[in-house]
Design a protein around this ligand. Structure first.
Ligand SMILES: Nc1ncnc2c1ncn2[C@@H]1O[C@H](COP(=O)(O)OP(=O)(O)OP(=O)(O)O)[C@@H](O)[C@H]1O
Ligand SMILES: [Mg+2]
Length: 365
């Protein structure tokens, strides 16, 4: 997929921006506070209905405006087969359109325009809780398994109901209510794991992840998918055995909602052994690997949003990362405060340079 035109209104620093990006690498250069991340957030909103920096809509809508609006012309194939998608968001409502037709679910936009963000905040995936890593799993599975989103949402519902019934049980309610939700949570959780395992443990994933990690991070790192409970037993058995403990804690302590990816360096956990720059490169490599994977197995062509490329990285690391993403031949938006980044990109007919200044995005001549 490729954005051939985009119009942005009222997204943070951007009052009114309209541009025609190139099909390859688009570099956005500008000083701090000029609006580079705002632009990438706008593209992210167009795909996923929300920013990658915050869940609060108010923070993203430009001060003084009631709503934000992003409209994109998206092409499936080298500028052909163009579809127009749009989103308008106020604090109270969200309206989505695909080719003039109103749609209800944001997933309709994400299917037209798959977007992966590679931002300095990604380091949280290495240093903080498993939800950041799970989000990466979910991103990939959403694009490769048509039923994944539905099962994930139903699992989330069953889990919330189980947690509520655990709290009811603590207040003296009957055990059968938890038993009923155990059944559903276990069934849906096993289905999520089955899909996740099939992809995360596949040869194609091992290949793409190793390729990406080897080419951008010159360190030995291995990784492993973990389902979220003791795999020796079924989830049904685990939920049953954990019931007393779960009543005490008030929530479900094991299950598919605890799934994780564990990264190991040569002498311990990657989180403890890698420097910050190496850690950022590991997460970046893994994010790019997910993109390569969906490209390989589904022939999808996600758009990559790379925010603040130079944060934590030296010139050689930036060069390695750029050659990796250039080799994928996808549409990429890269922001940086450093003019020098431009010299690292191989110019061609599909690359563009934009200067971002005080909320305006201008193509360089
Ligand atoms: N809701 C908003 N309305 C208007 N302006 C906003 C809003 N939220 C943030 N801003 C401003 O938008 C400007 C641009 O922010 P943005 O994060 O896009 O900058 P940037 O170019 O990515 O900068 P940096 O290089 O520091 O990352 C900032 O000055 C910020 O204060
Ligand atoms: Mg920024």
């Amino acid at each position: 997929m490729q954005i051939v035109g985009i119009q942005i209104q009222g997204v943070r620093a951007l009052a009114n921006v309209s541009l025609a990006p190139g099909a390859g690498v688009n570099v956005l250069i500008g000083p701090n506070g000029s609006g580079k991340t705002s632009f990438l957030e706008a593209v992210h909103i167009l795909s996923l209905g929300r920013s990658f920096r915050t869940r609060r809509t108010r923070a993203v809508i430009r001060h003084g405006a009631e709503s934000l609006r992003v409209v994109g012309e998206v092409s499936r194939e080298e500028g052909k087969d163009v579809c127009t998608i749009g989103i308008e968001k106020s604090e109270r409502a969200t309206r989505l359109r695909v080719d003039g037709q109103e749609v209800r679910s944001v997933s309709a936009l994400a299917r037209q325009l798959p977007v992966m963000v590679v931002a300095p905040e990604g380091l949280k995936a290495l240093l903080e809780g498993s939800e950041h890593r799970r989000r990466l799993l979910d991103w990939t599975l959403f694009h490769v398994e048509p039923s994944y989103l539905d099962v994930l949402q139903r699992y989330g519902y069953a889990l919330r109901q189980r947690n509520a019934s655990l709290r009811n049980l603590a207040r003296g309610a009957n055990e059968w209510e938890v038993e009923a939700w155990d059944e559903q949570t276990a069934d849906l959780g096993e289905r999520l794991d089955e899909m996740r395992r099939r992809h995360m443990n596949s040869d194609a994933m091992a290949e793409t992840a190793h390729e990406a990690i080897d080419s951008v991070l010159k360190e030995e790192v291995s990784w492993e998918y973990w389902c979220g409970w003791d795999r020796e037993r079924t989830l049904k058995e685990v939920l049953n055995e954990n019931r007393r403990r779960d009543v005490e804690t008030g929530y479900t302590t094991a299950g598919a909602h605890r799934a994780d990816v564990v990264w190991r360096a040569s002498r311990g956990m990657a989180r403890d052994k890698l420097s910050r720059g190496q850690g950022r490169l590991l997460v970046m490599a893994f994010e790019v690997a997910q993109v390569s994977y969906v490209k390989k197995v589904e022939a999808l062509r996600p758009v990559l949003l790379v925010d603040d490329l130079s944060t934590e990285l030296d010139i050689v690391s930036m060069q390695r990362f750029l050659s990796r993403i250039e080799s994928l031949g996808l549409q990429v938006f890269i922001s940086s405060v450093l003019d020098a980044v431009v010299t690292l990109v191989r110019p061609n007919a599909d690359s563009r340079l934009f200067h971002v200044e005080q909320g305006r995005v201008l193509q360089a001549q």
